[in-house]
Design a protein around this ligand. Structure first.
Ligand SMILES: C[S@@+](CC[C@H](N)C(=O)[O-])C[C@H]1O[C@@H](n2cnc3c(N)ncnc32)[C@H](O)[C@@H]1O
Length: 312
């Protein structure tokens, strides 16, 4: 973080990670770490975006290519992408590039900005943000598997201006009002208290900062929200799904102004699906087989909105 706007906070971030010692353990962690160590040594590799894939420009002989594939397989399931590590294409569960295409044109230019991606997963969107000109990109995500997937990409790319720290948003130091753009995508519905999450996002923003909030919403024009009892589309830890009107109200209540609804899209079985790199059930198994407008629990099927707002 040297020479970045985040440098003054590196100690506070390190302390925040250390305080989560108990959460930084996982039964599979030694295997994931071994996989990252197994990656072939290499000088820094450039990356580019090809057909939506974050494509790392790396070439090697067949033997190394096999070792690379087996290391990447040890980091399955791969949910957010796609990525290409040299000739190894990782067809992830999600076409995260489609989400990016829907929102990118609505963002204030990212050139030179310091960006926070909350719940960044494998870091796919961080590479898109960096490629779009951001000078510093910090991702935070509590999932250690995703941190290791990011480390696999960073093993090749070696870009010190893109960092992922294993923290949930609620553990980010509250003194960091440094981010020009803050993205929270796919996180709000995982929080028991969505209002607190929005206030935490506001606290991380610089003056005139821009929020990009992407989340599941309920269809309809009313100002309402649906409390989820147990599971939603097979997922646990989903708490409350607002309509777009209620979501914009929440965003305003958290101190943001001028929320603009940039996109509303029903998730398709082409955007989220099982692949050789994520072999478990996916969206197809989460929908009612007799009525695909509903989840198997009888709720409206996944609909996602992107709202962009400024700090007031
Ligand atoms: C549905 S995924 C979204 C990934 C990515 N942002 C995207 O839109 O494609 C949600 C991510 O949020 C992370 N997450 C869950 N709770 C979180 C929290 N409290 N703070 C930060 N990230 C969280 C999960 O580990 C997961 O990687």
């Amino acid at each position: 973080m040297q020479d970045t706007p985040l440098a003054p906070y590196s100690q506070a971030l390190a302390s925040a990670v250390n305080e989560r010692g108990h959460a930084l353990k996982h039964g599979h962690l030694p295997g994931w770490e071994a996989a990252v160590h197994q990656l072939p040594p290499t000088p820094a590799c450039a990356f580019s975006i090809n057909d939506g894939s974050v494509s790392i420009n790396y070439s090697c002989d067949d033997e190394r290519s096999k070792a690379l594939r087996s290391a990447l397989e040890a980091l399955m399931p791969w949910r957010k992408g796609p990525f290409s590590f040299g000739s190894t294409f990782i067809d992830t569960e999600w076409r995260s590039d489609w989400k990016w295409e829907r929102l990118a044109e609505h963002l204030s230019p990212l050139t030179g900005r310091t960006v926070l991606d909350v719940g960044c997963g494998s870091g796919y969107h961080m590479w898109r943000i960096r490629e779009a000109g951001a000078s510093t990109v910090l991702g935070i995500d509590p999932s250690l598997l995703y941190v290791k997937q990011f480390e696999a990409a960073q093993h090749f790319i070696q870009d010190p201006c893109v960092q992922l720290i294993p923290l949930p948003m609620e553990a980010l130091p509250t003194t960091m009002q440094v981010f020009d753009t803050v993205l929270s995508m796919g996180v709000l519905y995982h929080r028991r208290d969505p209002h607190l999450h929005l206030r935490e996002l506001a606290m991380a923003m610089s003056v005139d900062g821009e929020l990009v909030l992407e989340t599941l919403v309920m269809p309809g024009e009313t100002n309402d929200s649906l409390l989820i009892e147990d599971r939603y589309a097979n997922m646990r830890n989903i708490y409350e799904l607002p309509t777009v009107a209620r979501l914009c109200q929440w965003i305003s209540e958290a101190g943001f102004i001028s929320p603009v609804v940039a996109d509303i899209t029903t998730t398709s079985r082409r955007e989220q699906r099982s692949t050789p790199w994520m072999t478990s059930h996916s969206l197809a198994q989460a929908l009612d087989p007799d009525d695909s407008s509903k989840t198997i629990e009888g709720y409206p099927r996944p609909l996602r909105a992107v709202v962009i707002a400024k700090l007031g």
